[in-house]
Structure formats: C-alpha cells, structure tokens
Design a protein around this ligand. Structure first.
Ligand SMILES: *Cc1c(COP(=O)(O)O)cnc(C)c1O
Length: 455
C-alpha cells in the first residue's frame, strides 16, 4: 500500500485557482467602512499593496504565481499527502483517510503560502514596513519569516493572552527580525481606548487588527497584511488543494469528503476550493465539504449572515459573512487561530447554498482526537488542525457504521510543537469546554454596522 505522495518541484502549481467566477451566485462585495457604500478598489490603496488589491477583486479563474514566489515556495512545497493507514487501523474503519500536511513550512503552518506573496508584492512596490495582527502567533510568524526574505520591517500586534501564554512564538518572530507588541498597546488610539475601559484587557484578534490597521494608515512607508478571510488570501492558499488533487490522482483515489478547520477560512478554502470546482462543474456532484469549528466560537453554525467589520474598532471594510459580532470575545480555548468572529465571504456563500456543511466541536473532543493521531500517525498537530481531524474521525466512524469504503481527505494546517502547554493541560485533565449562550450572541450582534446595508 502506498503511504505517501511527494511531488517534485516541477509539479508545484504555476497558477492559483480563484473560485469567485465559479460561485453559484454573485458574491456581495465589501463596503467602505466610513460611508457603508460598496468599496472601490482604490479605497484600499493606503492599506494594501496594489497587486494584493488586484488579487482581492479579480474575477480571473487562474492567476499566475510569480517565479520569485515559486522559488520561495520550493523551500517546503509541494507539501506531503499521506495515507493515514495507522489511524484507519486505530478506528477500525473501512474508510481510506488521507491528510495533506502543511506543518512542513518554516513557520509551521499553511500561512506562509500567502505571507510570502504579500511580502513579495509589498517589497516590489517600494513598501518598507508591514504591520499585522496575530492571535496564537502563527500568522505573525509567517509574515515575519516572509518579511525577512524580502528585507521588510515587520511589526506584529500580538493578542496579549497569547503573548503571555506562548513566549516562544514571540522569540520565533524576533529571530526573523520582527518587532512584537502585546495588544492592546498604548501605541494606537484603538489600543488606548480599550485600555482605558479595561487596563487588564487580554486582547482579541479584532482589537489587534484595529491596531495594525491604524498603524499602517498613519505612515506612508507602511502597509497592512491580513492572514485570512480576504479573497486574495484564499486565492494564494489554493496551492494546497491544487497539489492535493495531483497527489490524490497518483494515489488513484478521489475524496468523498474534504475536510478542514475554519478560523477565517483560508486553510479550508486552500484545500477544498480546487475540489469544489469539480463539484460546481457537475463533474463530482457527490463530494461533500465539511468545515470544523470550535463550539466556543461557532461562527458558521450559530453566527448570523450579515455585513460586519473584520476588526473591533470598525476601521476595516464590512464584509458579508457569518459573524458573531465584531466585539464578540470567545472563551479562551487553545485553538487561538480559530477565535475569530467572522469567516471568508465566499465560504459563507457556499454554506448558504448547501455546498459546505459545518460542525462545531468541544475542545476536549478535539484534543482526544489529536492524542489519538499522535499515537497512530506520530505527528503532534496544532489544536486548530485537530478540529478538522475530529470531523474526519467522525466521518470514518460513520463509514464503519455504514460498512462503506468512503475516501476522506483532511488538512493538517500546522504542527503543534508550540502548543505543548495545551497538550499538557489536556493530559492533566485540566481542559475546560467554554460554551456560548444565545444571549451572548444576541448581545454582540446588536452592534452590527448597518442593518440597512444587509443584502
Ligand atoms: C491561523 C490558523 C488556522 C485558522 O485560520 P484559517 O484562515 O481558518 O485557516 C488554522 N490552523 C492553523 C495552524 C493556523 O495557524
């Protein structure tokens, strides 16, 4: 039995796949945060590199990957696709389970797939400095790595809770030359406003985005970089699924279910959209797509589809997405990368059209799956990725129940080597399952930008 498919450098895709022209309905566009009118591309000119704005709005199905970016991708891409035969045995399932492994990148997750592109175009356009936010530290690490390759200064606003919980993520970013601040900071108005209300604030991704955006807008030599939810990010991440399709073909299999975790949706879209194209074409009408999220931050399963800001202070363009409200602060689960109040608009549209299913899992079930995986396939994976794993396990058990040889493909978005404190807590029986009440959601949804703007 074939265990693993490694493609050669020559098999690295030379174009990204853009799902926008293939969607079953037009995608409601972003709004201008000040006027709440439809956003024009040039409204983003101060914030993002020109080429990234172009990627954000393009309707071309295929977009060329610049040769310089492919050179950098080759440091760790194509990433492996592995048959999880030991996990199959451990679950006693007739299902064939495969995983795509993004933990091989220098910063340990899928995030460099877009960070490298954003840093490359910024440097090309004469930008000297990039600002960004980071939750658990994965995105900040990816951008710090990418910035160092192209000679950019990178300033990272890191959610204070993670800054304190994950000091080594900070050391990693600093090793690549970045400056890291615990957000909320007193460097920005957005940060100071939060600190005035709550000097002990542990921060949130939404607050950190507000700070990074304000910083970028205040300087001519600086642009902002975002690691998820935007169309351009999802476009860049399509390398994952494009490689996986070739690898599955070599395996002689095609997935019945394609699965990944969702924070903002970028690794999910990265793996699934190239397969979704086959479903939208009518070539593979029965393939299912499953998005896995935490019960503590249930955007797809319990959020409302509405225009909402991407950040807490309301500096970013409202997006039409499943949201829990831009000031929703989720319970402190260890999957920091999944603690975000919204999701990528294209993913939300596909969910509305019944093309994507969503499942929410409690934290302890997710860690149980992660430990089972470590004890069968060996890798200790990120708590975020373990949500996708848990969905795959449930599918595999359903296949056993039904006596069906289903083919399951899931994404491992990152390794868990910086998350051992969380595994420690799980193994000590000290992990809790924070829940969200309906009342909490209703309250945080009462503050959406403009009900009148709803489509
Ligand atoms: C950031 C992150 C996520 C969540 O972000 P998406 O945009 O939803 O992919 C998931 N897994 C890992 C390892 C991450 O670093």
């Amino acid at each position: 039995m074939r265990k693993r498919v490694l493609l050669s450098e020559n098999d690295l895709p030379d174009r990204w796949y853009n799902i926008i022209p293939d969607l079953p309905a037009p995608l409601p566009g972003p709004l201008n945060p000040a006027t709440l009118e439809p956003l024009k591309p040039q409204d983003l000119a101060e914030l993002l590199p020109q080429k990234i704005i172009e990627h954000e709005f393009t309707r071309e199905r295929w977009v060329d990957i610049p040769e310089e970016v492919r050179e950098v991708y080759k440091i760790w891409r194509p990433s492996p696709l592995v048959r999880a035969s030991q996990l199959e045995r451990s679950l006693d399932t007739p299902a064939r389970i495969y995983f795509k492994y993004e933990g091989v990148s220098p910063s340990g997750s899928h995030k460099p797939n877009t960070a490298v592109v954003q840093a490359y175009y910024a440097a090309q356009e004469g930008v000297r400095r990039l600002t960004t936010e980071t939750g658990a530290g994965q995105w900040g690490s990816a951008l710090s790595f990418a910035g160092s390759l192209f000679g950019l200064e990178v300033n990272v606003y890191m959610v204070r809770a993670s800054f304190e919980q994950k000091p080594y993520r900070k050391s990693l970013m600093q090793s690549w030359g970045a400056q890291v601040f615990a957000s909320p900071t007193s460097r920005t108005e957005a940060g100071r406003a939060i600190l005035t209300r709550d000097p002990e604030s542990s921060g949130s991704i939404g607050i950190a985005i507000s700070e990074a955006v304000e910083d970028a807008l205040s300087r001519d030599d600086t642009k902002f970089a975002l690691g998820s939810i935007m169309n351009n990010v999802l476009l860049h991440q399509s390398v994952i699924g494009l490689e996986a399709k070739k690898q599955m073909e070599i395996m002689g299999d095609y997935p019945d279910a394609v699965i990944a975790c969702v924070g903002g949706g970028s690794n999910f879209a990265g793996l699934t959209y190239p397969f979704l194209q086959d479903r939208l074409n009518g070539d593979r009408p029965h393939t299912r797509f499953i998005a896995a999220e935490p019960e503590a931050c249930p955007t797809l399963t319990r959020g409302k589809l509405a225009y909402d800001f991407a950040d807490t202070a309301g500096l970013t363009p409202p997006l039409y997405m499943h949201t829990l409200g831009h000031d929703f602060i989720p319970g402190s689960i260890h999957a920091g990368g999944l603690r975000y109040h919204g999701d990528a608009p294209s993913l939300c549209l596909l969910k509305e059209h019944g093309l994507i299913e969503a499942r929410a899992f409690p934290q302890t079930d997710v860690f149980e799956a992660a430990v089972r995986f470590a004890r069968s396939e060996g890798f200790v994976i990120a708590p975020e990725s373990a949500h996708g794993l848990q969905a795959a396990v449930i599918e595999a058990l359903a296949a056993r129940e039904a006596g069906e040889q289903r083919v399951i493909l899931f994404n491992i978005s990152g390794h868990g080597n910086f998350d051992l404190a969380a595994f420690d807590a799980f193994l000590a029986g000290a992990l809790e399952n924070p829940t969200v009440t309906d009342e909490q959601i209703v309250t945080s949804l009462s503050n959406l930008p403009s009900p009148a703007a709803a489509v």
